[in-house]
Design a binder for this molecule. Sequence first.
Ligand code: MLT
Length: 269
Amino acid sequence: MQHIAVSNGMLNVYAQGKGTPLLFVHGFPLTHAMWQPQIDAFNKKYRVIVPDLRGFGESTVTNGTVSMEEMSDDLHGILHGVWVDKPVVFCGLSMGGYIAWQFFRKYRGQLRALILCDTRAAPDTPAAAAGRQTLAATVLAQGSQAASDFVLPKLMSAKTTERWPDLVANVQSMVLRNKPAGIAAALRGMAERPDCTELLPQIDVPTLLICGQDDQVTPPAEMQQMADAIPHAQFVQIPNAGHLSPLENPDAVNGAIERFLISLNAPSA
Ligand code: MLT
């Protein structure tokens, strides 16, 4: 891991390998470690770049609100910091997908393709946004355990929870390692994120959408609709997985990513 200076802070980043750059952007309230199965699968053939977003893991925590646009600016800074000058395949999960819309809007020239896992383009409803503000205040008052208690039951499918207790424990410890201020800032940033549905027909890079079959947070039907709105997008449903499909069924997700990369003729090492 290395620390890369960006505006207002230092971000912790894994960057290894050669070939087409693949940028993996984690969901809330996790860290770069959620992509371990993808790091292991792709770092021999591609240049794999996996940051801890601002406020998470070992990266700088910024108090207040961190918007999805600011997160996309951080990613732009990271790519510069690790000397990536070729367009990247941007793979984001959930909050990572919210950031992907902003990256597309601001840094289209740096994008080779998009992979959107378990995410949505619609903004929060007023009730959901208010719920995030309440959770942010609770996390600041009570600690990261409050975030874990709230999100953990929704992140993985019932089958995963029953079959893979070690995986559930690993995800929980990822959440608990994050500082309350970082979690709260991202919650506020997600609460005020813009509606990106009007962006979908404008997406002019190859796009793959991936969704766990049992995802209750961003269900497959909603992701299918997004795929229908994006020109030439592909949609893959992942069996035996909920919202954290890349961790719950890595073989299926890695297979879908590999086939997509081959279809792009993306040069490998
Ligand atoms: C995530 O996995 O990043 C979250 O489910 C995003 C959200 O809370 O909307």
